[in-house]
Design a protein around this ligand. Structure first.
Ligand SMILES: [Zn+2]
Length: 376
């Protein structure tokens, strides 16, 4: 059976072919669920889709895949079964861990606390540098899963002593229904919710979820639409929209920018990105420049030189961002939080551990200035 390409796949494949690159994604993707009469396992009907003459159009993310009966979407965990769209990720996490919140990374949100972290297989991007590609670029049908329903996630979170649940590792937008139901129960039980995402989500599902979110770390992978297309098979504008919406709604937001040699280390682009962030009201949102390690389809590249990360950080500070961190590099001063007024260290970190805190009720212990964040 010939593989039918969506418009997005066509654009990406054309771009990659033009650049001499080759992605092995999407092979036999659309045949995975063929012949199924019943939805797989604990599948739940999707929350955002409409029926069209060509199939179910998923409206969870800007990909807006139109999915015919027996097929699945680009994220590999939304399937059309007998004309209805289902999320097959529901209750099927493949990763469950207790992590320090600093690992997300979130540096201004409940520092030193633990976050109960879950993921299912699936992602709506296809990043060539993905560090979790073994779970993000596959379907829940193919991973080893742990049966865990929303009530159980919250129970396990509480018994682990974690203060929050993080939806992370792969792409939570692709397991939206599972995340949403879990987040609602979590709030009822006094547990906070953390979204770690590529930000590639439509406005309506984002605004529906946001009242249950307490913090988010969104990847801003580059400030170029062309690089988004080539590196991730996505686009830039929806991610910028997500950043604005989260800030507007008041969800605590931190931003991560992975600096990949020859892909996203153009200092002019970083300057434009930081300028946009300051102009749009993000100067007090922490920005994490993260070090790249050769992985997945970019193993031929070197790891990011520390000097590049320092240059990027200097540019961001000069642009007016108040809290700029360097991640994935041990023992750097750039992982401490300083007071934006007096410049003294108010939170000292060693790796993912908190070494000292000089904050009182969210204010600098030296000069009394407010340091933005969710500190308790
Ligand atoms: Zn101060």
């Amino acid at each position: 059976m010939a593989k039918r390409l969506t418009r997005r796949e066509f654009i990406r494949d054309s771009l990659l072919a033009a650049g001499g690159l080759y992605l092995t994604r999407f092979t036999s993707l659309r045949a995975t669920a063929a012949g199924n009469q019943k939805p797989w396992k604990w599948s739940r009907e999707a929350m955002f889709y409409t029926l069209t003459p060509r199939g179910a159009r998923c409206e969870i993310c800007p990909n807006e895949c139109t999915i015919r009966p027996g097929e699945s979407g680009d994220c590999r965990n939304r399937e059309n079964t007998n004309g209805k769209l289902y999320s097959i990720a529901y209750g099927n996490p493949c990763s469950v861990h207790v992590d320090p919140i600093e690992k997300k990374p979130l540096y201004h949100f409940l520092p030193g606390s633990q976050s109960f972290s879950i993921a299912t297989a699936g992602c709506n991007f296809a990043c060539m540098n993905c560090q979790n590609w073994e779970i993000s670029q596959t379907s829940p049908r193919k991973t080893r899963n742990i049966e865990l329903f929303p009530e159980q996630v919250v129970e396990q979170c509480l018994s682990s002593g974690s203060q929050s649940i993080a939806y992370t590792y792969s792409e939570p937008t692709s397991f939206y229904e599972y995340m949403f139901d879990t987040a609602v129960i979590a709030h009822r039980r006094g547990v906070r919710n953390v979204l770690v995402s590529n930000g590639y989500i439509n406005d309506r599902p984002l605004r529906t979820l946001a009242p249950y979110l307490d913090a988010a770390n969104i990847d801003l992978k580059s400030f170029s639409n062309d690089i988004y297309l080539k590196l991730s098979a996505g686009t830039l504008q929806p991610v910028l929209n997500t950043l604005k919406t989260l800030n507007e709604i008041g969800v605590w937001l931190e931003i991560t920018n992975l600096v990949i040699p020859s892909w996203t280390d153009d200092m002019d682009m970083i300057r434009r990105m930081c300028g946009w962030l300051v102009e749009n009201g993000f100067s007090e949102n922490p920005l994490h420049f993260s070090r790249f390690f050769p992985l997945y389809k970019l193993t031929q590249l070197p790891q990011t030189p520390v000097s590049t990360l320092i240059r990027a950080r200097d540019i961001a500070l000069k642009a007016g961002l108040k809290h700029v961190y360097i991640g994935n590099v041990p023992s750097m001063d750039a992982s401490n939080t300083t007071c934006p007024n007096c410049g003294k260290v108010v939170l000292e970190r060693r790796g993912f551990s908190i070494y000292s805190i000089n904050l009182k009720n969210g204010k600098c212990a030296y000069c009394g200035s407010m340091v933005k964040g969710v500190w308790e």
